[in-house]
Design a protein around this ligand. Sequence first.
Ligand SMILES: [Zn+2]
Ligand SMILES: [Zn+2]
Length: 160
Amino acid sequence: MSCNYYKREFSMDTMFQPSLSDCQLKEILRDHNLTVSQPRIALLRYIMQNYHHPKAETVFHDLRPDNPTLSLTTVYNTLRLFAENGLCSMLTIDDKHVYYDGDTKPHGHFMCVGCGRIFDIPGSIMPNASKLHENGMDGFQVHEMHYYLKGTCNECNENI
Ligand SMILES: [Zn+2]
Ligand SMILES: [Zn+2]
């Protein structure tokens, strides 16, 4: 009856993570109190296996061929629902687009203003939120943490 419980110990070394079965994806949805539907399974698989910080439009474009009934509105609403339930993060690194990240562990991002790609910053350079109380902010609780750098990536710099 039950499938192997999913593990979210993905490697940061690769943009593409090991594949998850429908059974595992259903379990993740139920675990987050979300009802299971075919579009949600497809979207969850995509967001948990593609760590390139896609926009909703990119997700829609990539999934549409195999999911002809999928609409952009469903993609927007479902990704937002996933973010609200801790299944992905929303990156608002630029004011024009929202990008989605299936890696919910705290990590910094570098956005290239040349090619528009967003890179994960390896290692921990996140400010230490647990030290808020040491700075006179007793009783404050952090719900989200974002750390963004903007600049030009190595490939764009080579092409100048
Ligand atoms: Zn670049
Ligand atoms: Zn990321």
